[in-house]
Design a protein around this ligand. Structure first.
Ligand code: PLP
Length: 393
């Protein structure tokens, strides 16, 4: 194990500060390291491993598709991506068309390009500004980064894409000031992920829609982290009155394989023609065959009902924890199976202590613990995690 970690420190670009164990295999909601130590996983690959580890149907589909065809490029038709697009659209009545990508950031990039082209064709030059929110996270590529608020992520890489304004989240006045007729799109995470698990209120989302309509701007819901069942409905926006014009999804879409997608309305899709945008790998047969299984499973009423039940259980357990630790826990945050709490002190230290007790958790900023269990989580496992927090706090 130490040899592997030393090699990582020698050869990998140090973009992550990883703990001193090496993960080797997973089963259900548990991971095992190379020494055989077990971890209860409340990170799930950062909201990726919705069906946990070792799902039989996922593996079977992966093997069967690998034997048939891995890749032919988007120059040709293949069945899995078309079947997946059809299922995504039939489950998402607000949208008409899909563009597949390899990651979340690439789905955001596609949305940026489409918003620019749509605005140019509909309204002429000059309508090129994007509005995003404080504490937002939309990815690490230059366009997506320009829409990401955190200074630490942005400043070393300036200059970024120009014409981006930031508004305060859940603050209608601030948004009204930021919006204008030069805006081509407003991008919002209905539940902020990396930025600290803030939930957009229904009134605020209504305000986003109204201001977009007033200024003829597209509304883009970034559901890369909060979508695909995580808050109890397929898309988080479904629990509100709004309909976005664009939606980005990625993390859990292919059950651990890299896949993202941009969903658009027909009106927006109409400005796109062959050659306008593309990708070599995006939506290849292997990843989309697996995603078909993941999407079919997550979107069943029984599975969504399970998420809703676990979400209530999780919320109540967290409320009990917060009541018993008033000095340590400042505020409960999040929604569905995307929850956490703000603590008095350093979230990184709590995360390390949890690791020592065999529980993997994520952070969001300096002082928020972020909990993203696989969606197949059971009450006993929520209890197990919360007992460990009792001990740590
Ligand atoms: C993770 C994330 C992204 C970026 O996705 P990548 O696959 O890491 O490029 C964008 N938006 C949100 C809300 C995310 O959580």
């Amino acid at each position: 194990m130490t040899e592997i970690i030393q090699a990582a420190q020698t050869y990998l670009l140090p973009t992550y500060a990883r703990p001193n164990f090496v993960l080797e295999r997973g089963e259900g909601v548990y991971l095992y390291d190379t020494t055989g130590r077990r971890y209860l996983d409340f990170v799930a690959g950062i909201a990726v491993n919705a069906l946990g580890y070792g799902d039989a149907e996922v593996i079977e589909t992966l093997v069967a598709q690998a034997q048939k065809l891995l890749h032919v490029s988007n120059l040709y038709h293949t069945e899995p991506s078309i079947a997946l697009a059809k299922r995504l659209i039939s489950l998402s009545p607000a949208f008409a068309r899909v563009f597949f990508t390899n990651s979340g950031a690439e789905a955001v990039e596609a949305a940026i390009k489409l918003a620019r082209k749509y605005a140019r064709e509909q309204y002429g030059e000059g309508k090129t500004t994007f509005v995003a929110f404080e504490n937002s996270f939309h990815g690490r590529t230059m366009g997506a980064l320009a829409l990401t608020a955190r200074e630490k992520y942005r400043s070393p890489f300036m200059p970024l894409m120009p014409n981006v304004r930031f508004a305060a989240f859940n603050d209608a006045n601030s948004l009204e000031t930021a919006m204008g007729d030069d805006v081509c799109a407003l991008i919002i995470e209905p539940v902020q992920g990396e930025g600290g698990l803030q939930v957009a209120s229904n009134e605020f989302l209504n305000c986003c829609r109204t201001l977009c309509d007033k200024h003829q701007a597209l509304l883009l819901a970034d559901e890369i982290q909060c979508g695909l069942g995580r808050t109890g409905t397929l898309w988080a926006y479904e629990q509100t009155q709004i309909q976005p014009d664009l939606l980005t999804t990625a993390k859990p879409l292919a059950g651990g394989l890299p896949l993202g997608a941009l969903l658009t309305t027909q009106a927006v899709a109409n400005v796109i023609h062959p050659g306008d945008h593309g990708t070599t790998f995006g939506g290849g047969p292997l990843v989309t065959a697996v995603a078909e299984v993941v999407l079919r499973r997550i979107s069943t009423p029984t599975f969504l009902a399970h998420i809703q039940a676990m979400s209530r259980y999780f919320e109540e357990a967290l409320q009990r924890l917060a009541l018993s630790k008033p000095a340590q826990i400042k505020e409960l945050r999040g929604k569905g199976l995307m929850r956490g709490f703000q603590i008095n002190g350093s979230a990184a230290i709590i995360r390390e202590k949890a690791q020592d007790l065999g529980l993997l958790v994520a952070t969001a900023g300096e002082d928020v613990i972020r909990l993203l269990p696989p969606l197949i989580i059971q009450p006993e496992q929520i209890d197990e995690a919360l007992e460990k927090f009792q001990e740590i706090l």
